[in-house]
Design a protein around this ligand. Sequence first.
Ligand SMILES: [Zn+2]
Length: 74
Amino acid sequence: MSLSENLRLPKPCPVCGSHNMRVPSTHNPDEKVHCASCRTYICLYSDAMAMLEKEPRSEEERLIEDVVNRDDRS
Ligand SMILES: [Zn+2]
C-alpha cells in the first residue's frame, strides 16, 4: 500500500535531474518530498506547493494548444 503520489516539480532533483517527485498523499505541509527515481530528499511539501504556485502553467497551456491544433481534419 503506497501512501504517496507523483508530482512534477519545476525544480529538478539535484542528484539525477528528474522532475518527478513522490509526495505524501496526506498532503501535510510538514511531510517530505522525495525524488521518485533516486529517493533523494528534495524539500518539504509546503515548499513544493509554493514552488508550483510561482511557476506559470506553461505546460498545461501548451497541451490545450495541441488539442486545438489537432482539430483541423480536412
Ligand atoms: Zn533523483
